[in-house]
Design a protein around this ligand. Structure first.
Ligand SMILES: Nc1ncnc2c1ncn2[C@@H]1O[C@H](COP(=O)(O)OP(=O)(O)OP(=O)(O)O)[C@@H](O)[C@H]1O
Length: 619
């Protein structure tokens, strides 16, 4: 294995420069080939698979869901009791049938007034109980549902943060946001609303059917005759509703990304006067979403219409036959009223089940999307039993490394270089040559598609990912700050840092003076992405971050490209202080910036070559 040594000694010039190898075809690995085939799997998993997955997700909450179910089930006996006062009033107060034996035994015989009062009190008591039950169910449903949702969102967020950079490159942030914010709620809806409603509906249906059969079995048979139609409608609309709902979600998350993009680049939009254009893009995307939603609503309305008309036909049939039965004296008028109430209550669960079957399709489409995100495998993985790495010395070797973002066009090809610990390497090359890509492989934002990279003689893939990334401090061209205080932003590299350590890092980065001049000093809030500070100020804060991190390897990606010459000189001075004793890769367009480096390499056409003294990059 011959490597280009970059050890700052200038010796062994014989081996310097990229090894020109025999031309080798570029063979993408599996992960890259999959990446090329498109973004995250938009799978349409089978219902059985999805339901099983859902059951697995809900298992930890089963006791609480069971409690909710039991509470919901109490609604059935209350629903049965509700029409009873009316029947007693019609049959025993307004007509001369004897009251039920329970009432007859406690009330004075023949007193209609006492019976009426008793029935009224009974009526209020049932209503009160029903309300209390509703209240308790709503409270339990909300508490358990919110807990479940928070847990799922937390898992999604944790997972999405650990997904590879290539995933985020491909998907953008809005789709993930949509899945966490909106799609995740589907699981809550299914667990807290659809499942309990279904089970309660089945129970109510069974009980109502039994009671109605006891009063008049012929009427219950007539009432039930519509069930096959309802089942058929649910089956027929199931696929359509799911497909349409899936499409709505996709379009909505796409439309949201327009808003997100336009607002995060609001300065550019305003500077170029492109508000109108962005608005049109927004309207176009939402327009597509609007029609998809309209189509979905029309489908659910058609479905509701079928359900509504079918149950109305059933009710009318029971009414017709019921009135005939009262006329022939087979049942009393009170019993008909009771049966009619039960029939409407019988249809309520049937309607609930049918409607829930419709909305369930929307929830399942969302759950599918949330689970797909959760199941997304990161391209960059940690091996089982990976090595810990407390602190590296900082020797880095690129051994025949190739890389392509899309699996087709290689950005880097057969790169072999050796960097001794503590060497300062300047990286130059034309725009788009692959400089950033080269350093992005170091902390495993991406893995090479060919070859390997060694840190202290060990393949990067052997190390624990968190430990490996801890070895690098990065200062980017566009420093990214969070909407927090200056001190919090510096301490982002080491949350346990003391105030003194933060101040020392800021001093080392030459940032202390300007921070002290801010309205609230180190407690000044910097605004979203640090917009309240100038580019140079942001850069110094990110430099202070790097000082505080005190990592053995430094990656500086054109850190001074957006500041004036004076600021650049000040930042460079701090930068060279930071580089002392650390292996450093510093990317720069201006060669003068790299004067203090031990070695310079040039990236061109995917190859890496050592620059001879006086040779300038084609920038
Ligand atoms: N996330 C990405 N997905 C796909 N292609 C990418 C991605 N990032 C960079 N590229 C491509 O890889 C090539 C190298 O990009 P890279 O950012 O490494 O260049 P660079 O030398 O750092 O450029 P600059 O000096 O302009 O920052 C370019 O052709 C670019 O289009």
């Amino acid at each position: 294995m011959t490597h280009t040594p970059l050890d700052g000694t200038g010796k062994d010039d014989r081996d310097l420069g990229t090894r020109v190898r025999d031309a080798q075809p570029f063979v993408p690995d599996r992960a890259t080939a999959e990446r090329r085939e498109g973004p995250v799997r938009e799978t349409t998993v089978s219902d059985r698979h999805l339901v099983r997955r859902l059951a697995r997700e809900l298992r930890p909450y089963w006791l609480r869901i069971l409690g909710l179910l039991l509470l919901s089930m109490l609604a059935t006996p209350l629903a049965l009791l509700t029409p009873l006062p009316l029947k007693i009033v019609i049959d025993s107060v307004l007509s001369s049938h004897p009251p039920p034996s329970v009432l007859a035994s406690i009330l004075p015989t023949g007193s209609d007034a006492a019976l009426l009062i008793a029935v009224t009190v009974f009526f209020v008591a049932i209503a009160l109980l029903a309300q209390l039950l509703d209240l308790a169910t709503a409270v339990l449903r909300t508490v358990v549902g919110e807990r479940l949702l928070l847990d799922l969102r937390t898992r999604l967020f944790r997972h999405v943060q650990r997904l590879s950079v290539s995933y985020h490159d491909l998907r953008g942030t809005t789709d993930s946001t949509y899945r966490i914010q909106y799609d995740a709620t589907a699981t809550q809806q299914i667990a807290m609303d659809t499942i309990p409603s279904f089970i309660t509906a089945v129970l109510t249906l069974g009980t109502m059917l039994y009671v109605t059969t006891q009063i008049d079995w012929q009427l219950s048979v007539v009432a039930l005759a519509i069930s096959p139609v309802l089942l058929l409608a649910s089956w027929r609309y199931r696929r359509q509703l799911r497909t349409q709902s899936r499409q709505v979600k996709k379009l909505e998350s796409g439309a949201m990304s327009v808003v997100q993009e336009a607002l995060s680049a609001v300065r550019v939009v305003q500077a170029f006067g492109r508000e109108e254009h962005e608005e049109q893009r927004f309207v176009r995307r939402f327009h597509e979403g609007m029609w998809a939603r309209i189509r979905y609503t029309l489908a659910t309305s058609r479905y509701s219409l079928v359900i509504g008309v079918t149950t109305a036909v059933g009710t009318a049939a029971v009414l017709y036959i019921g009135v005939r039965s009262v006329q022939t004296g087979r049942i009393t008028l009170g019993s008909l009223v009771l049966v009619m109430t039960y029939v409407s209550q019988l249809y309520a669960p049937l309607k609930t089940m049918s409607r829930k079957a419709g909305s369930l399709q929307g929830y399942l489409a969302s759950a599918e999307r949330a689970f797909a995100l959760l199941d997304e495998e990161p391209d960059v993985k940690e091996r089982p039993g990976a090595r810990p790495l407390p602190r590296a010395r900082g020797e880095i070797v690129f051994d025949d490394v190739s890389f392509a973002y899309d699996g087709e066009r290689p950005v880097l090809q057969d790169v072999s270089i050796r960097v001794k610990a503590g060497t300062r390497v300047g990286v130059v090359g034309a725009t788009g040559a692959g400089k950033t890509t080269l350093v992005s492989l170091l902390n495993r934002f991406y893995d090479p598609t060919g070859g390997r990279i060694l840190l202290d003689g060990v393949d990067l893939r052997e190390y624990r990912l968190a430990d490996l990334r801890n070895q690098f401090a990065i200062v980017l061209q566009e420093p990214l700050l969070f909407a927090a205080s200056v001190a919090e932003n510096i301490a982002y590299a080491r949350p346990d840092a003391s105030r003194e350590q933060i101040l020392a890092a800021a001093r080392a980065a030459g940032a202390h003076d300007f921070i002290a001049g801010l309205p609230d000093g180190y407690d000044t809030r910097v605004g979203e992405r640090g917009t309240r500070l100038s580019g140079g100020e942001r850069q110094r804060i990110s430099l202070a971050r790097a000082f505080l991190k005190d990592a053995p390897v430094l990656i500086l990606d054109e850190p001074t490209s957006s500041v004036d010459l004076n600021t650049e000189a000040a930042i460079m001075e701090a930068m060279y202080r930071l580089m002392e004793g650390r292996t450093t890769f510093m990317i720069a367009h201006r060669l003068s910036t790299l004067d203090g480096c031990d070695e310079r390499i040039e990236v061109a056409s995917g190859r890496v070559t050592r620059m001879s003294e006086g040779v300038h990059p084609h920038a």
